[in-house]
Every structure is written in structure tokens, then in C-alpha cells.
Design a protein around this ligand. Structure first.
Ligand code: PLP
Length: 638
């Protein structure tokens, strides 16, 4: 549907429309020439790169969209911001302990990401959190700083524990966090057998429950952690074994994406009291680990809405430091090292998914029906009448009438009493009436009730070159909302309202919820396609959780990935490139053997030659096309 055109559209208005300055936190902005850019700040030098340039550059190198672009600089800066904010809070409150962050590997396990975190984190003693044996192996092979923690959560079997104990002996600060009572006896037995003292932490179930999507992670019925009664039993076991000095860390995790700072304060307050009593019981407590939960403001609204957060990073850090200090000071207990396991907030900003639009379906009739007067069916005449009489005063009535007449037409059609061409006229008239209603209601001072429904009904479908299931699985699985915006043409007013469909031909493969201040909306404004020109869209803040949760639905594989390193002089290069899966790759993931497929197909082609359907030369061409497909990208290629 076409919107009213504003004379003075500008890049700034686009930035406002898509909320870029709100969710972009200084990393993303819109340049005056209408390009979405990424900004990196290196020692006071700002460099800014338009995403469109990156698309052009990868094309020149023979790759194409869809592509996941990782900005190493943004990851680095987020780790810097997190450590900086805690260190500032510690300094300004006069807190006597340190901050030691750990990155939970599960949030993005990609080798390049972990390498970068280990490298940049070294100066801050930033460690890693491992929730499984493979993740522990990653952590051990990457962390060189002995200051940094390795926090081991998750179920731990003997193999896991042996590896962790050996790591302790080598000087790693590798902490086993007890998640279930059954783990402790194995740790104690292996520790005796290997004669290595473990570092032990305990995960407690707090009574504090948080708001947001992950609230089941907190409270009495959360799956992980020990109840207070189990903690007491654990202390007794450790005392009996004369190993209470090994218990040094208290851990809790209230869930990811905690939108409300009040919940964060409540959680840390309760945890401090557990900590105090662990000290009193005689444990050699050193660390208080608050887990993850630091939220990302996906819609930029700065509220306690599930996709937002009502606090800044500085407020988060200051509140935590303040609560720990004041609660412990009252009891005269030494300040512990504060640990957080921020995954989402550390990595979300650094990845952007870019894709092109392949096609658009719109709901504007391509022909305006001609009124043939008396000779038309009464229902069609009624629709014509309604179309001519839409005014501000009778919007609701026109809307209701049009729906009624259209439904009548559809009923008659089902009974064979209304022809195909007449129905086509009626359907087109219906759409024209709806557009008219929408146009008129746009000028209305008060919102027309059915406005949202109408927008949705008339919105375009932009078919885009990506798989939701592979690249944005949380949109499908948990209704996650990511900021989305075109990466160019931002000096032009986007005049279409649209939803986005992927190319999986699954009816769930669509995005129809978009960020909007304080709420979500069902459509996104986009530009009309220009014949012969590509139109590129970016999905932002996708660095956390999406890559390995994605799947091979419809056998669309991994997209191309490039890691961009920006330099102070404004240039950048591709520090790393990973070609997306080829068709042969994805087929082998589901146990097909490309060579056998080729052989089977060759036999079929040979039979076709024998039957005289194709010539031997044609067979050669067909076989060539078949083999070449096997090497191709799973996404739409031009
Ligand atoms: C998932 C998880 C995290 C990461 O949480 P974010 O909200 O992404 O920071 C941290 N700790 C534990 C134990 C987790 O399970």
C-alpha cells in the first residue's frame, strides 16, 4: 500500500523510523547519504563503514548474500565496555574486590569468536564458561591468562571432572559448579584418586523470580542448582571430608535477557545472604557469580518490555557492586570477586545478517475494475458504491460492508453461483476499498479500530534470500525480535508496509513482528523495489545464540560468514572468511554421498540416452549441470 509522501524525507527521519540510534548504541547509524553504517572507535579514532560497501566488497571477492558479517571491533569494544563499567563502579563505590567476567561459550561457540574473546579478554582476565565437555576443551585450549576463570556448569561426568582437575593442577582457575547433588561424590572421589584439590562452586536456586521470557530459569522449580536444603547437606559432606576450603564460589543464574533492574537487585541481594552464611559455615569463599541475564535493548525503548531493558550497563554494574558491598559490609565480610557470565550482551552487537530481496507480492489490484452499471451483480454494485463513498465519518461502516459483501461473494462462488471473473472483480474492489479506508484513516485524528488488521491485510510480502530456521531460529522458536532495516536508500521515504518471508517455503518462515517503541508491530516500512537494482536488508544484533541453534530446514545450509576488522584510517579488511555450505555439504549432513548421487543420476541419464529421450551430448551437458549444482550455494544465486 502506498503511504502519504513526505516532501522533506531525510536520512535522519529513516534513523528515527527504524530506531537505529536507540538500539544501535553508537555502533550503528545512518549516514547523511542514506547508508546504514557501522562505527568503531579505536583509541579515540572513529571509523565508519557503510554496510553496503561490505556487500559490494564480498561480491568482488566472489561471495554473495546472504552473509553473516561479524565485526571483531564491536566484540572487542563490548568486552571493553563491560569490564570498564564494572571497574568504574568498583572504583567509584570503593569496592575492595575485583571483577572477573566469563563468556559463556554456548552463546557463540564459533572458533573465530572464542579466539577473539580469549585474545582481547586477556588484558581484563576475562575467562570462559563451559557447560559441556566440548566447551571445556575449547576453554582449555584458548585461555592463556591464568588470571581468568573457567567456570564449569552443566552435568559433569568423570571424564569432564578428570580433565578439569588436571587443568587445576596446571594452574588454571577451573571451578566446578555443583548443579546437582550427585556431582559432589564423583568430584571428591576423583580428587582423592588423582590427588588434586578441586575448586568448587555451588549453584543455588534462589527464590527470586524474574520477569521476561526465561523466568522458568529462576525460582524453586528451576531445573538447575541446589535448593537451600541441598546446599546445607553439601556443606556437611565437605566438612566431613575436610574439604570445605575447596568451596570458593557461589553461583546463580536467573535466566537470560532480564529486562527489569529490580529483579537483578533482588537476585543479588538474596545471593549475598547465601554467600554470608557460606562464609560463616567456614567455606573459603572468594567469588560471587551472578550468571548471565544482562539484557540487550533490541527495540531501543529502554523499558522493562521483554525485548528491552530499563537500565544502562553502568546502572547494572553500579547496582550489583553497591548491593554486594552494602550487604556484606553490614556483616563485616570481605568483598568477593564479582563474576558475571554475560553472553548475549557481549556478543549480540557484533553480527549482522545481510540478505537481498528476491521478489515482492503486493495486494494492490493491477487492474481497476470497470463499473458496468445495471448489468453487474448486485453485490458488485454494492462494492462499487462502498468504494465511492468512503469518508472519515463512515470508515467502520465501509470496512464492515466490504467484508460482508466479499464474504457473500465467496459463499456464492462456493455454491457455483458466481463466476471466476466476477469474483476477481469483487476481490479487487474489496482491496481497493480497504486501501481507501486505510488512506482516509491515516488522516484521522483518532485511530480507527481495525487499523492494525488492515495494515496487515494490505501489507506487501517481501521474499528474501535467507532461511529463518538457519539464521534467525529464535524468531521462530521464541518470538525473538531483532531490529531490521534496509541498509541503503535511507534518504528516500520507505513507502511500502511489508512483512518478510524467507525462501524455505514453510509458512512459519516469515517475520511479521518488528521492533516498535514500547511494543511490536506486524509490518515494517520498506522501499519499493527498483527494476534492475538489488535491495538489501540487514537484521541486527544477531550475534548471540543464532548460529548453532540454526538448522537445516529445507536443506538451506550455513550462510557465508565474513569477519571484518576496521582500522583507524577508515579502511577495513576481511580478517576471516568462511564459505557457506555447498549443496553437496548439506546433502552429506543428512547422509547422502554426493558421488553415489551422481552415479545414480548417471545411470538414469544413460537409460534416457538408450531410450532416445536425450542424445549423448545432451547427457554430457546435463551431467555437468548436475555436478556443478553440487558445488553451489544453497541460497538463491543470480
Ligand atoms: C545461558 C547462560 C548464560 C548466558 O546468559 P546471557 O543472558 O546470554 O548472558 C550464563 N550462565 C549460564 C549458567 C547460562 O546457562
Amino acid at each position: 500500500m502506498n503511504k502519504i509522501l513526505h516532501q522533506s524525507w531525510s536520512a535522519d527521519r529513516s534513523a528515527e523510523l527504524y530506531g537505529v540510534n536507540d538500539w544501535g548504541v553508537g555502533y550503528f547509524s545512518v549516514s547523511q547519504d542514506g547508508l546504514l553504517t557501522v562505527t568503531s572507535e579505536n583509541n579515540g579514532h572513529k571509523s565508519e563503514v557503510p554496510l553496503l560497501n561490505i556487500v559490494q566488497d564480498i561480491k568482488e571477492r566472489g561471495m554473495d548474500v546472504p552473509v553473516l558479517v561479524r565485526f571483531e571491533d564491536l566484540l572487542e569494544q563490548q568486552i571493553g565496555r563491560l569490564n570498564g563499567a564494572f571497574n568504574n563502579a568498583i572504583a567509584s563505590c570503593g569496592y575492595k574486590g575485583k571483577y572477573r567476567g566469563v563468556f559463556p561459550i554456548k552463546v557463540n561457540q564459533q572458533c573465530h569468536v572464542i579466539e577473539e574473546i580469549a585474545k582481547v579478554g586477556a588484558q581484563y582476565g576475562h575467562g570462559l564458561e563451559a557447560g559441556s565437555k566440548p566447551e571445556l576443551i575449547i576453554a582449555l585450549a584458548h585461555l592463556e591468562s591464568r588470571e581468568a576463570l573457567i567456570v564449569c556448569n552443566g552435568y559433569k561426568d568423570q571424564e569432564f571432572i578428570d580433565l578439569g582437575l588436571h587443568a587445576c593442577k596446571m594452574g588454571y582457575k577451573c571451578v566446578f559448579v555443583i548443579e546437582t547433588p550427585t556431582e559432589l561424590p564423583i568430584i571428591l572421589a576423583r580428587s582423592r584418586a588423582l590427588k588434586i584439590k578441586p575448586l568448587i562452586g555451588v549453584r543455588v536456586k534462589l527464590a527470586s523470580v524474574v520477569g521476561g521470557h526465561w523466568n522458568a530459569t529462576s525460582g524453586d522449580r528451576s531445573i538447575f542448582g541446589l535448593s537451600i536444603a541441598q546446599v546445607v547437606e553439601m556443606i556437611d559432606t565437605l566438612k566431613a571430608e575436610d574439604m570445605l576450603d575447596c568451596l570458593q564460589l557461589l553461583h546463580y543464574h536467573l535466566g537470560s535477557q532480564i529486562p527489569n533492574i529490580r529483579d537483578i537487585r533482588a537476585g543479588v541481594t538474596e545471593a549475598c545472604h547465601v554467600y554470608i552464611d557460606l562464609v560463616r559455615e567456614g567455606a573459603n569463599m572468594q567469588y560471587i557469580d551472578l550468571g548471565g541475564g544482562l539484557a540487550v535493548d533490541y527495540d531501543g525503548s529502554k523499558t522493562n518490555y521483554v525485548h528491552s531493558k530499563n537500565y544502562t550497563l553502568d546502572e547494572y554494574c553500579t547496582d550489583i557492586v553497591d548491593v554486594v558491598m552494602n550487604t556484606l559490609d553490614l556483616e563485616g565480610i570481605d568483598h568477593p570477586v564479582i563474576v558475571t557470565e554475560s553472553g548475549r550482551a557481549t556478543i549480540a552487537y557484533s553480527s549482522v545478517l545481510l540478505f537481498n530481496v528476491l521478489d515482492v507480492t503486493n495486494y494492490t489490484p493491477s487492474v481497476v475494475p470497470e463499473d458496468k452499471g445495471e448489468s453487474e451483480h448486485q453485490l458488485i454494485r454494492n462494492l462499487f458504491y462502498t468504494l465511492r463513498n468512503v469518508t472519515l465519518k463512515n470508515l467502520q461502516e465501509c470496512y464492515n460492508d466490504a467484508v460482508y459483501y466479499r464474504d457473500e461473494v465467496r459463499e456464492l462462488f462456493k455454491r457455483g453461483q458466481f463466476g471466476l471473473r466476477s469474483r476477481s472483480t469483487a476481490e479487487n474492489l474489496f482491496l481497493l476499498i480497504m486501501q481507501r479506508v486505510l488512506q482516509v484513516s491515516d488522516t484521522a485524528p483518532r485511530e480507527f479500530q481495525e487499523l492494525d488488521k488492515l495494515r496487515e491485510l494490505l501489507s506487501d510480502i517481501y521474499y528474501c534470500n535467507f532461511s529463518l530456521f538457519q539464521s534467525l531460529p529464535d524468531v521462530w522458536a521464541i518470538d525473538q525480535i531483532f531490529p531490521i532495516a534496509p541498509i541503503h536508500r535511507l534518504t528516500e521515504q520507505p513507502t511500502r508496509e511489508a512483512i518478510i518471508a524467507d525462501i524455505t517455503c514453510d509458512c512459519d518462515g516469515k517475520i511479521d513482528r518488528f521492533t516498535n517503541m514500547h511494543s511490536t508491530k506486524t509490518t515494517i516500512p520498506l522501499h519499493p523495489l527498483v527494476e534492475g537494482e538489488e535491495y538489501y536488508i540487514g537484521v541486527f544484533l544477531v550475534g548471540a545464540y543464532q548460529e548453532t541453534l540454526g538448522d537445516l530446514h529445507n536443506l538451506f545450509g550455513d550462510t557465508n560468514v565474513v569477519s571484518v576488522r576496521m582500522h583507524a584510517d577508515g579502511t577495513y579488511d576481511f580478517a576471516d572468511e568462511i564459505e557457506g555450505d555447498s549443496i553437496g555439504d548439506v546433502l552429506s549432513y543428512v547422509e547422502y554421498q554426493p558421488n553415489l548421487l551422481k552415479e545414480r543420476f548417471r545411470k538414469i541419464a544413460e537409460a534416457s540416452v538408450r531410450d532416445g529421450n536425450i542424445t549423448a551430448v545432451e547427457r554430457q551437458e546435463i551431467m555437468k549441470a548436475f555436478s556443478e549444482s553440487m558445488l553451489g550455494y544453497t541460497y538463491y544465486e543470480k
